[in-house]
Ligand binder design. Structure first.
Ligand code: NAI
Length: 407
């Protein structure tokens, strides 16, 4: 168990991997000491640096392992300044009472804009036209070129990205059909399809925006491609393992599909300059991009602002809204003088014990909030000014206590 009682100016944040300067600005303005590094750290170096750090910010190339959590006694929170959190041992974070935050929708708009650009590009054969021009070939013709206005767009997966795409596509004059396994609110004039088959048979363009749950592996193969209308376009900017690329190549080569735009691949090169191998290389009217759907400077800036804001809300208020591992509590400002935040093992009797401790010291509770998630419970207790250190010591000594903070 660790007890933390720190003033903002005593809180130390380490931001790695060239996180956007807006994050540093926000945390510095809140009074924290912020150090930055423009690179990722290996496990040993990270462990060394975490010894004196309360908050760490990473992107996708720094792994925060169980060993790192075990060696970081002061660590309160990890900010993943990106979308994915696979690089963080979340179970270990929870066991140590460390809150993890990410930025799940900061790059939504960037993905949507690229989808729109690619739909127009395929409809006008831009990739082939520009290649020909660079090769010195002038071929002015309207054959096979179409407006997107009036075309029917089929969105598979109507989440953050799919639903925003729906709005922008309608603004361009497209009509939108969507299919989602959950019952999602249809925006604007979009039509909800009751099956994937209904969507595939009825639209001119199919775009995938499903999440990466394991059951989506191979979601789109020969059978699904075969159901699409002749001459339609296919886009995938979700996850590479969702689509069978050999089947897609066959449908493009046969002319059944008129074009494709693919941003994500079953296996992607690790670093810049590594060779890119794919069945889809060398095909006409196929837009290939290196997983850059969400990669814009605006998205990076928004990620910096969003995650730094989440870290500050956690440090100052105890709010775990949208934490990826701790129970999510959206908290109002402190109703009392002190706020005790208590990450504990989710076992019977913890709240009864906490409350009888406060009562036995004659302390009133001004506000109290509890959330549980798996093995972990998170309780917030707002108390008046006559606060007793004995209560803190007794709470700290409880067997179920994982992490205690007094704000
Ligand atoms: P989200 O979680 O908000 O939405 C996913 C939607 O797909 C949910 O509504 C879910 O119910 C639905 N869904 C899941 N499986 C389905 C299935 N088999 N059939 C129909 N609907 C299904 O996710 P968000 O933020 O919209 O992201 C969508 C995808 O885009 C994710 O896979 C994400 O990893 C990817 N992404 C790619 C980026 C890039 O750079 N290319 C950048 C950002 C996200």
């Amino acid at each position: 168990m660790t007890l933390e009682r720190r003033l903002p100016q005593e809180t130390r944040a380490l931001l790695l991997e060239n996180i956007h300067p807006d994050a540093t600005a926000l945390l510095s303005k809140a009074g924290y000491q912020v150090e930055t590094e423009d690179r990722a750290l290996g496990e040993d170096e990270l462990i060394e640096r975490l010894a004196e750090v309360d908050v760490v910010g990473i992107r996708s190339r720094t792994n925060v392992t169980a060993r790192a959590f075990a060696a970081a006694p002061h660590l309160l929170a990890v900010g993943a300044f990106c979308i994915g959190t696979n690089q963080i041992d979340l179970a270990s974070a929870s066991q140590h009472g460390v809150a993890v935050f990410n930025a799940p929708f900061s790059n939504t708009r960037s993905v949507v804009e690229l989808v729109i650009a690619e739909i127009i590009s395929m409809s006008r054969g831009l990739t082939d036209k520009t290649r020909q021009m660079h090769e010195g070939v002038w071929d002015k013709s309207a054959d096979g070129s179409h407006e997107v206005r009036g075309r029917r767009l089929g969105i598979v997966g109507y989440g953050n990205i799919g639903s925003q795409l729906s709005v922008l596509a309608e603004a361009l004059g497209m009509s939108v059909w969507f299919y989602d396994t959950e019952d999602k609110l249809a925006l604007g004039n979009a039509k909800r399809c009751s099956s994937l088959e209904e969507l595939l048979e009825g639209v001119d363009i199919v775009t995938l925006h499903v999440d990466g749950r394991p059951s989506n592996r191979g979601l789109f193969g020969e059978a699904e491609l075969a159901r699409m209308r002749k001459g339609s376009f296919f886009l995938n900017l979700s996850r590479g393992f969702v689509v069978d690329h050999a089947a897609l190549r066959a449908h493009l080569e046969s002319g059944h599909l008129a074009g494709a735009a693919i941003d994500v691949f079953p296996s992607e090169p690790k670093g810049k300059g590594d060779p890119f191998v794919s069945e889809l290389r060398g095909l006409p009217n196929v837009v290939l991009t290196p997983h850059v759907g969400g990669s814009t400077e605006e998205a990076q800036q928004d990620i910096g602002r969003f995650v730094a804001g989440k870290l500050h809300d956690y440090l100052s208020l105890g709010s775990t809204s949208m934490s990826v591992n701790l129970p999510n509590l959206v908290l109002p400002p402190n109703a009392g003088e002190h706020r005790v935040t208590h990450v504990h093992a989710n076992v019977p009797g913890v709240m009864a014990a906490v409350n009888s401790l406060f009562a036995s010291h004659g302390m009133n509770i001004e506000g109290q909030y509890l959330g549980t998630r798996g093995d972990v419970g998170y309780a917030i207790t707002d108390t008046p000014s006559d606060f007793s250190d004995e209560v803190v010591d007794a709470l700290a000594a409880m067997q179920a206590t994982i992490r205690l903070r007094v704000l």
